[in-house]
Ligand binder design. Structure first.
Ligand SMILES: [Zn+2]
Length: 316
């Protein structure tokens, strides 16, 4: 078996060894939405390639993204598995399965999908999303009355890579003695007398100039509507939790990359300063027991965000 594996490895060109690729499959009984498959696939792969471009050479991962369609208002996404990273202050810290695979080249859950994404089928897919006919070039103008699907996928993949956790969205309390790599950098505070969660990773704090305000009630996102915390530049960030503007292309920001770096996910531009310690990976023996694994997967927060700026809810 080892000899066969070596032979297989030797036959793969070096360029293919150091690549992060995305494969898109559809869980769509009857092929109801087959007319959208090619458009979804090309835009999703283009979004994945933008994230992958920041990880530099030397990473090798094949990420399976499984798409389905349901009655959600917009879209939701999560890594399917989580991977134990370390113990810290009595808490077990887990990273997103997709992040683990990119960092180690090992697939945490075999042939089952790494990322599951669900797209709303009651108009969001058909009437709101715009699929760039050439998403790798991005030369076309996004229609003013549509949301750019590639940008949405880029945002969703951010959740699957790092922007996710198990904290109570209001209080910031953890449900147990476990947390995500993102959770580990979240601190509960107040803003104008109201509860407010902040991302306090050192890279993000340095870049932003202080703790980064997370979206009230949806803390896997950045910023809030005025007069909430972080109502300025964060509102236009790829990972903002307010809305996506129609007719607009979004891209991974420096702050997004800093947050990924703080969750133990160094990007090529930040690798040098972070050093090798940030690349330390867990041993296979650290995999949680199956029951824990299921609990973790089932407890994942998903992205459910507001579709249009005019529909932003007032803060509670
Ligand atoms: Zn989101």
């Amino acid at each position: 078996l080892a000899a066969a594996a070596l032979a297989a490895a030797a036959s793969v060109p070096p360029a293919a060894q150091a690549a992060i690729t995305f494969q898109v499959t559809f869980d769509d009984p009857g092929g109801t939405y087959a007319a959208y498959y090619d458009r979804i696939r090309s835009n999703l792969v283009a979004a994945g390639n933008e994230w992958a471009s920041y990880y530099g050479n030397g990473h090798s991962a094949s990420l399976q993204v499984q798409l389905s369609f349901s009655d959600v208002a917009t879209v939701s996404t999560a890594s399917v598995a989580n991977w134990f990273v370390r113990q810290s202050n009595g808490y077990s810290i887990y990273e997103q399965g997709a992040a683990y695979e990119i960092l180690t080249g090992k697939d945490p859950n075999g042939t089952t999908p790494d990322i599951r994404m669900t797209i709303g089928r009651n108009g969001y897919l058909q009437n709101e999303l715009w699929f760039d006919p050439s998403p790798s070039k991005q030369t076309a103008t996004v229609p003013a009355n549509r949301t750019d699907a590639r940008s949405v996928f880029l945002h969703e993949l951010g959740h699957a890579l790092a922007f996710n956790g198990w904290r109570n969205a209001q209080t910031g309390a953890l449900p147990g003695a476990y947390e995500s790599t993102f959770d580990a950098m979240v601190t509960a505070g107040t803003f104008n007398g109201q509860p407010q969660l902040y991302f306090t990773g050192p890279s993000a704090r340095a870049l932003f100039g202080g703790p980064v305000p997370l979206t009230v009630d949806s803390y896997g996102h950045l910023g809030n509507a005025a007069p909430g915390a972080g109502s300025g530049s964060l509102a236009s960030d790829l990972m903002n939790g307010l809305s996506f503007s129609r007719g607009t292309r979004y891209h991974v920001s420096q702050l997004d990359l800093a947050i990924l770096a703080d969750t133990g996910f160094p990007t090529s531009t930040q690798l040098a300063s972070l050093g090798n310690a940030a690349l330390a990976v867990p041993l296979a023996g650290s995999v949680p027991e199956p029951s824990t694994w299921m609990l973790m997967a089932g407890g994942l927060a998903v992205c459910a965000w507001i579709r249009r700026r005019v529909e932003v809810r007032p803060r509670a």
